[in-house]
Design a protein. Structure first.
Lengths: 325, 138, 338, 278
């Protein structure tokens, strides 16, 4: 993907006058790392870029600190922020708009069809000692990696982030300008979920026990999630206190069940929770389980339509009732 | 007195139907096992999954959520919303290895004292089979 | 200093001989290296290639009961006098051992903290010389080194077929006594080899920060707008603090499950807004800017003012694990440029 | 064996007085240490604080509002705000609290002998000042005039009203109360505390001013005092932060490199000026 169109569009947008800044990606000076970039004037525009290394969602930054970014530098005026949005991000953004967390006219969206991004942990393991900045591009199922003055061709499935393997929405569902060409959509694949569904109750318990016993409750999964934008998280409240602060299997289990259930019918599938987890918990399994069952039980798919009532704020008189006495 | 091995069930009953149904069960002397602790809520529609999880964490082996029959909710549709939420939440519980049978729902009207006692009996039997959940341990 | 040689083939036997101690060793789990409390060293696959995470857990547990209580019967304080087994923590890196030395004075001064001090005293730390420092390591800039033995009781260095074992403290001697059958005396070559490995490792630490006059700098630019820029990426999670060997901040909360009450302390993070929020709703550090600034201030100014030493050991974990790429090395560079 | 600083004493609530009502009601509690805590273990000075708590709920750092001479009774004025203070408000006389302390530094009252003392308080901030005033009255001959400047939002938000009336009788104690907005029957000053201070214009001559209240009030009071000719060393305040351990370990109450729980809460303006984030 070339960045020329992105930079040209960014320049146009910045000239409009109603946009306080652009949130985009920039390549770090070290290795494969990519950081969010906050462009406020022309000086930084050339740093904007997109590549398969852009493995973080920027939607989060719209709602951090009650959307400070939106107010910044433009007090009192109705401000707009422009941001780069991949397919999954657009679903998250759409959901926030549906929930009235943001208004559509507060954002200007650079839509980016995305073929999946690279898992930083995987690529850093494959190329551990990179000096300076490394580049990656994608071509025909291979990643073309340039680092330490050498080029490497790596099959895509070796490096792609796990959450992207299941992606069914590579193309943005809302945007103001679409950069790059749309991508052919895959069929959903829930084999990973079915594998766990097929375990016995005891096996599932053992599997998750192992996982949750590792959690240190750093709350990165929550903070990185674009849809966790409450000012005051119910899981941290002291009165009433739903979850104790102590870190043990039971509290961790409850934390993760409550967290994932709050995203039932909302989760955009971006995989941020899993990406940021320092102890590598497979958190997307929980989210995808809910996604799969929402489809099966209620024929509900997040982001299917732009205006859609939230899953758990609606019902159908024919909803399943096999668990009711 | 409950023995330590007896299952404990927390029943969240809606104010308008099931709580009255439970009351009727009591005044009509319909017997049901003493394993249930009743918590009255205004409507099953207010049942946040955190209430269920809290009950489990504090030692419940099973949770029953009981409200008005479909179409009879005092708030029109609270029980429908609860049903959808609980249906999905049970799937999540099962997925992490908590038997979904530990979370059940029932429709019990104010006149169904008999049904309430039957529900508690059945639920207690089932939970007895499943054994303790053990989430009050660390 | 006493030195020994332990053949790699004998490592598991060496560990098995420590059965009178609670033993913690590095294992691989979920793609990361963590310390596991094990009973049978012969049945465990050690992971000695990577720096273990969360080493501070062994002495400063994430969740620790201060006392138990019963609302009717009152408080039951723990006893530190009982014959608890001492613990051995094997395979940690210099940065983590040094981390304990940096937080020691916090728990020792004024009101000595019996929980920490007791565990610290009864823990023997066996280090494993860092051979391949990680991309984000910068220990040599903050007074440390991959070969530092500060805080360690024994230091192991991989010299090929065997480990070169240096005895650092009296506590280390204790271990030597029970493991003597597996140890032999080093020859000249082995000693030379060990020195080479150490020197080599020190040179492999690539990243550097300039701490010269840093604490004065931080004070001077405390009100500068640069902090807002630095904090812009931060998502306010607790990773940098939880995985930091010298972050010790904690919360105290009461928990009651089925009538059994505990007053617990748990790790807390200055990156959470709730950390400083008053009950009145007022918060002296309401945004990420104040919180990030406080974290850097604590490490590079407050710790020096209070204890005369930088509060950062340069392990680089906060950089490696940060979800949004906050990079303390880059941040310090930016500050120093002002 | 080293002492365990986290183990609290138990104390019984001896008397409860409702000072103010409403959302942020204030109650003044007299608590009596239980027998196992001897008087010796709780020697304190005005300005110090204690960790009050309820088992199963938690702890909260509260200023001691009584004078050290008051033997085995400690007084605390507590505003109902968070989880712990709400639970304390729900307590009745005879209920048990946990208590740790005393913590922090204190007003250097022995250095202030023969000086005039002015206290400037707002709302619940009067609590530590009450301790100072009582201490000074206990040693009445050691100190000069005492001016008490105190204000709250409304008449019903004023603490210790009955006490002020008694204090004023002779003794060279002068009380200047204020409320923020006009109310029927209120004959004293209407306006904010810093404005009342300007009206009274205490003389900087041989005088120490102690101020405590909301952060914004403290800032303005100090500004006005400087305007009146007070030196930085004549102005003292006490700071408030969220606290958990009270003993300088849990990390959260730092201002600059100092901990408010241990190195504070009392700071002279001279010190305060050098600290960031204040």
């Amino acid at each position: 993907m070339d960045n020329e169109k992105l930079i040209a569009e960014a320049k146009t947008v910045l000239l409009r006058g109603d946009i306080v800044g652009i949130i985009g990606y920039q390549k770090d000076s070290q290795g494969f790392r990519v950081s969010p970039l906050f462009v406020r004037d022309e000086r930084d525009i050339e740093k904007l870029f997109f590549s398969p290394l852009c493995w973080l969602s920027l939607v989060n930054y719209l709602t951090l600190e009650k959307g400070r970014l939106l107010q910044k530098g433009n007090p009192g005026k109705k401000a707009k922020v422009a941001l780069m949005v991949r397919g999954c991000d657009s679903k998250a953004l759409n959901q926030i708009i549906i929930e009235r967390g943001l208004s559509r006219d507060e954002v200007y969206v650079f839509g980016i069809p995305c073929n999946g991004v690279i898992d930083l942990k995987k690529i850093e393991k494959m190329f551990p000692d990179v000096q300076g900045s490394a580049q990656v591009s994608e071509n025909n199922g291979f990643y073309h990696v340039r680092c330490n003055g050498k080029s490497h061709e790596v099959p895509k499935e070796e490096l792609i982030a796990d959450s992207c393997k299941h992606c069914v929405s590579p193309n943005p569902i809302l945007y103001d300008v679409l950069l790059y060409t749309p991508i052919v959509v895959k069929q959903p694949d829930y084999r990973d979920i079915e594998e766990i569904d097929n375990m016995s109750i005891a096996e599932k318990w053992e599997f998750w026990r192992e996982q949750f016993s590792m959690c240190v409750r750093c709350y990165a999964c929550r903070n990185a999630c674009p849809l966790c934008y409450c000012d005051d998280c119910i899981l941290e409240r002291l009165s009433p206190q739903w979850i104790y602060r102590s870190v043990n299997m039971s509290e961790n289990l409850i934390f993760h069940l409550a967290r994932s259930f709050h995203h039932a019918g909302r989760c955009a599938g971006c995989g941020e929770c899993e990406r940021v987890c320092p102890v590598n918990l497979p958190l997307m399994l929980l989210n995808r389980k809910l996604e799969k069952d929402s489809k099966e039980l209620f024929h509900y798919t997040v982001g299917e339509k732009a205006e859609q009532k939230p899953l758990l704020a609606t019902f159908n008189p024919q909803d399943p009732d096999d668990f009711i006495f | 007195m409950l023995k330590k091995t007896d299952p404990e069930i927390v029943a969240f009953l809606c104010n308008w139907c099931s709580y009255a149904g439970a009351d009727l069960a009591g005044t009509s002397h319909f017997h049901y096992p003493p394993n249930v602790k009743v918590i009255r809520v205004m409507c099953t529609g207010r049942m946040n999954p955190l209430l269920t999880l809290s009950a489990f964490r504090h030692g419940a082996d099973g949770v029953l959520i009981s409200g008005c029959h479909p179409g009879e909710c005092h708030y029109m549709e609270g029980n429908y919303l609860a049903r959808r939420r609980i249906a999905l939440f049970r799937k999540l519980l099962g997925f992490v290895g908590i038997n979904p049978e530990r979370l059940r729902m029932s429709w019990v009207s104010a006149s169904e004292g008999n049904k309430f006692s039957r529900v508690i009996k059945e639920m207690t039997e089932k939970i007895k089979q499943l054994g303790p959940l053990g989430l009050e341990e660390e | 200093m006493n030195c020994f040689i332990l053949s790699k083939n004998n490592l598991n036997d060496f560990l098995a001989a420590l059965d009178s101690y609670e033993l913690f060793v590095p294992i691989r789990k979920n793609g990361i290296t963590v310390l596991a409390h094990i009973d049978d060293p012969l049945a465990i696959k050690l992971d000695l290639t990577s720096q273990p995470y969360l080493v501070k857990q062994t002495i400063f547990p994430q969740t620790e009961s201060l006392f138990t209580f019963d609302r009717k019967k009152g408080i039951k304080a723990p006893s530190f006098e009982t014959n608890h087994k001492s613990q051995v923590v094997f395979g940690i890196r210099s940065c983590d051992a040094r981390g304990f030395c940096i937080i020691d004075p916090v728990f020792e001064e004024d009101y000595p903290d019996p929980y920490y001090i007791h565990k610290r005293k009864s823990t023997i730390l066996i280090g494993l010389q860092c051979i391949e420092p990680f991309t984000n390591c910068f220990c040599t800039s903050v007074g440390g080194s991959p070969s530092s033995t500060e805080g360690l009781d024994l230091q192991f260095t991989d010299i090929g077929e065997s480990y070169f074992v240096e005895v650092i403290t009296q506590k280390g001697e204790e271990i030597i006594k029970v493991t003597a059958p597996f140890l032999s005396c080093p020859d000249k070559n082995q000693s030379v080899k060990k020195d080479e490995v150490k020197k080599d490792a020190e040179q492999k630490v690539k990243r550097k920060i300039d701490v010269n006059q840093l604490s004065q700098k931080i004070e001077q630019i405390f009100e500068d707008s640069v902090w807002s820029d630095l904090a812009e990426k931060c998502i306010s999670c607790g990773i940098c603090t939880f995985f930091c060997p010298t972050c010790y901040c904690f919360d105290i909360q009461d928990e009651i499950i089925r009538g059994k009450g505990k007053r617990l302390r748990t790790w807390d993070s200055c990156m959470y807004s709730e950390y400083t929020a008053h009950a009145s709703g007022y918060n002296p550090r309401p945004t990420r800017m104040e919180r990030l600034r406080n974290r850097i201030y604590h490490k590079f100014k407050q710790n020096i003012d209070r204890y005369g030493v930088s509060g950062c050991v340069g392990c680089g974990r906060c950089i490696t694990l940060c979800p949004s790429n906050e990079d303390i090395v880059e941040n310090i560079e930016t500050l120093q440029r002002l | 064996m080293m002492e365990n600083p986290y183990i609290p004493h138990q104390a019984v609530i001896d008397r409860i007085k409702q000072e103010t009502t409403g959302d942020r009601a204030i109650k003044t509690l007299d608590v009596k240490l239980q027998n196992n805590a001897s008087d010796k273990s709780f020697q304190f000075h005005p300005g110090q604080c204690a960790m009050l708590g309820i088992l199963g709920v938690g702890e909260s750092m509260i200023s001691i509002a009584s004078a050290p001479s008051q033997n085995d009774i400690l007084t605390f004025s507590i505003m109902k705000l968070g989880r712990v203070t709400s639970e304390i408000h729900a307590c009745e006389e005879g209920d048990l609290l946990t208590i740790r302390g005393p913590y922090g530094n204190y007003f250097p009252l022995s250095d202030w002998k023969n000086k005039n003392i002015v206290t400037v308080g707002g709302g619940i901030g009067q609590a530590p000042l009450r301790s100072v005033i009582r201490y000074v009255l206990d040693k009445r001959n050691d100190y000069g005039d005492v001016d008490i400047i105190y204000g709250a939002r409304s008449v019903s938000d004023l603490c210790y009203r009955d006490e002020f009336e008694k204090l004023e009788k002779g003794n060279k104690v002068y009380v200047h109360l204020s409320i923020d907005e006009e109310e029927e029957g209120w004959k004293q000053f209407v306006g904010f505390v810093p404005d009342n201070l300007l009206r009274i214009k205490p003389s900087p001559n041989n005088t120490i001013v102690i101020t405590c209240g909301p952060p914004i009030m403290i800032t303005l009071v100090i500004k006005k005092l400087i305007g009146l000719g007070f030196q930085d060393t004549q102005i003292y305040t006490t700071l408030e932060k969220r606290m958990k351990c009270g003993i300088g370990k849990c990390g959260r109450c730092n201002v600059g490199s100092l901990y408010v729980c241990k190195d504070g809460p009392v700071f002279s303006y001279q010190q305060l000026k050098t600290l960031p984030e204040t």
